[in-house]
Design a protein around this ligand. Structure first.
Ligand code: AMP
Ligand code: MN
Ligand code: MN
Ligand code: MN
Length: 283
């Protein structure tokens, strides 16, 4: 049976294809019982999603996925149960979004040097009112015939050493964990298997995250393989961290995994929801 929790997904507020209410309706339809919306660096979809959840048979959890720089690498830290009205968190995310726009303009200039013109304007038009991400550049590049799909576009462009990649300084780890906690939230390392850290740095990250008050890591996520579920279940146990689970759904056809079909956490994991009232239906 697929998991009834999905604690990581994206709406049009960041780089997903469905609006927050559409996403909630979709998740309910796919059998999800507890859903967290975790848009990149933006909490402005939470209110509409929570309202929509009341109409469907689904429990809603506030979330956000914060872009972080740690040892010159980009990591993602999910905050679950954050307070979307917390001024310090809102202000810090606002600054991250301003930085995103500046970075996107630089990405556009870099692509122009490689002969691709109008990418910033094109990506911005696709993003509409929402934040601008590499996903929007990827969509622009695919729509204009520079790559055949999302998967191949990230091999040719937008990654280190390729046109359209710009080093960027995101929030630091200590600040992200601190802000999430101060707003009453639970810090979670998103998709640890996606970071090219090497063994030593991965262990250092887990240690530092735990020392800062981090609470959980994503063990089951759309981009992990089944052996990685086992690997990170062990890692969670070793560092006394809880385990989280989420599809990282962005829209059908452009996601690592569909909503409503993620497998449950491996046996022995302590779920991040083990003391949540929203999980009482499991008893
Ligand atoms: P940004 O935060 O602007 O760097 O954009 C990161 C987003 O790009 C991620 O959240 C993913 O949605 C998307 N992304 C990054 N790498 C890939 C990839 N290899 N395949 C598909 N999507 C990717
Ligand atoms: Mn994304
Ligand atoms: Mn992510
Ligand atoms: Mn994500």
């Amino acid at each position: 049976m697929p998991a009834q929790f999905d604690l990581h997904c994206h709406s049009t507020i960041s780089d997903g294809l469905l609006s927050p209410p559409e996403l909630v309706a979709y998740a309910a339809n796919r059998g999800v019982k507890v859903l967290a919306l975790t848009d990149h660096d933006d909490m402005s979809g939470l209110q509409a999603a929570r309202k929509a959840a009341l109409k469907h048979d689904i429990k809603f959890i506030n979330g956000v996925e914060i872009s972080v720089t740690w040892k010159r690498r980009t990591l993602h830290i999910v905050g679950l149960k954050v307070d979307e009205n917390n001024l310090a968190l809102k202000t810090a995310l606002n600054a991250v979004r301003t930085g995103r726009d500046e970075r996107a303009q630089e990405m556009g200039l870099d692509l122009a040097k490689a002969g691709i013109h109008g990418a910033y304007e094109g990506a911005k038009a696709l993003a509409q009112e929402s934040i601008i991400t590499r996903t929007h550049f990827a969509r622009f590049l695919v729509e204009n015939g520079h790559a055949k799909d999302t998967k191949s576009v990230f091999k040719k462009y937008l990654v280190k050493g390729k046109p359209g990649f710009k080093e960027h300084e995101w929030m630091n780890l200590e600040t992200a964990v601190g802000l999430i906690k101060a707003s009453g939230g639970i810090p979670v390392i998103a998709h640890p298997g996606r970071y090219d850290l090497g063994t030593i740095n991965m262990l250092l990250l887990m240690h530092e995250f735990r020392s800062l008050g981090g609470a959980a890591i994503e063990v089951v996520t759309g981009s992990h393989t089944p052996p990685q579920y086992q690997q990170f279940a062990k890692m969670a146990h070793r560092f006394s961290l809880k385990s989280s689970l989420g599809s990282d759904y962005h829209g059908s056809g452009i996601s690592y995994m569909e909503m409503g079909c993620i497998p449950d956490l491996p046996v022995g994991c302590v779920p991040v929801w083990d003391d949540w009232p929203e999980a009482n239906f499991l008893i």
